[in-house]
Design a protein around this ligand. Structure first.
Ligand SMILES: Nc1ncnc2c1ncn2[C@@H]1O[C@H](COP(=O)(O)OP(=O)(O)OP(=O)(O)O)[C@@H](O)[C@H]1O
Ligand SMILES: [Mg+2]
Length: 253
């Protein structure tokens, strides 16, 4: 079992969309996938069309060890989901005050080792307690960045934070940065320059796959579907398929 965190403290960069569709791509490839929504905004949970008022237990209950995985997991098509809801904020405070913080998620996931090939963590846009347990609990972390802001400069604070976590979780691997919401229509000198600069700064940590802006990704979410169910031939589906292949190569090394 490999655990990957999709993380960036900047909001709206495509973390949730990426977690959902990377998970869907792996599940289509017959991998056993568990998605965990660690954001009290519950965007990922909503992406599956789930009614939040009917969510019985959230990922925080599992992380705290108060509920077993089987009690929390919701089966959605070909993958499993641990939901979030508004109660997760309160759980985050409980988690932070436990003696084994920030090891909670790492410990909780140990029991699931033989049940899943891949666990994907959707992190909130903050460097709070849940992002910390996610980074401490993961094997790899990947950072989505909006194409216009692709630079190491924009990641400086975040990388500083992650370096501190690396002391707690020395085996954690920086999988890489991938560009989201890339506008292929502005294939001008500017966008070429942007990519060249980003490559210079991020080196081989910049993944080759770019996720293009594609309205179908939002439309699918509004209908509670992943991109492959909604429109398997659109740019969004192609890009997330390619990204998943690239991620698979990285985590299989
Ligand atoms: N490639 C894309 N093309 C078009 N729309 C996109 C794309 N990626 C994400 N979006 C849309 O942008 C919005 C923000 O994306 P998303 O929720 O994935 O970001 P996030 O980083 O998880 O945000 P937050 O920080 O609030 O958790 C959503 O409405 C999503 O549907
Ligand atoms: Mg999100």
């Amino acid at each position: 079992m490999k655990t990957i965190a999709i993380v960036n403290n900047k909001g709206g960069v495509g973390k949730t969309t990426s977690a959902q569709n990377i998970a869907a791509a792996f599940a289509k490839g017959k991998k056993r996938v568990l998605l965990i929504d660690l954001d009290a905004q519950a965007s990922l949970t909503k992406c599956f069309g789930l009614d939040l008022s009917k969510v019985q237990f959230n990922s925080g209950d599992f992380i705290l060890g108060q509920k077993k995985a089987q009690e929390v997991i919701v089966k959605t098509g070909n993958l499993d989901l641990m939901c979030s809801d508004t109660q997760l904020l309160a759980r985050e405070e409980n988690i932070k005050s436990t003696p084994n913080f920030p090891m909670n998620l790492k410990k909780a996931l140990k029991d699931l080792k033989s049940d899943y090939d891949l666990v994907i963590l959707d992190c909130p846009p903050a460097l709070g307690g849940l992002t910390k347990v996610a980074l401490v609990g993961c094997d790899y972390y990947f950072i989505p960045l909006q194409a216009e802001f692709l630079s190491y400069e924009g990641l400086k604070n975040f990388m500083h934070y992650v370096n501190q976590i690396q002391d707690i979780n020395p085996d954690m691997v920086f999988g890489g940065v991938f560009a989201t919401r890339f506008n292929p229509k502005i294939k001008t000198v500017l966008s070429k320059k942007l990519i060249e600069n980003a490559k210079e700064q991020l080196g081989d940590k910049l993944l080759d796959t770019y996720i293009r802006t594609n309205i179908a990704l939002s439309e699918a979410q509004a209908l509670g579907k992943d991109i492959f169910e909604y429109d398997a031939d659109c740019n969004g589906a192609n890009d997330y398929y390619e990204l998943s292949k690239e991620i698979f190569q990285i985590i299989s090394k």
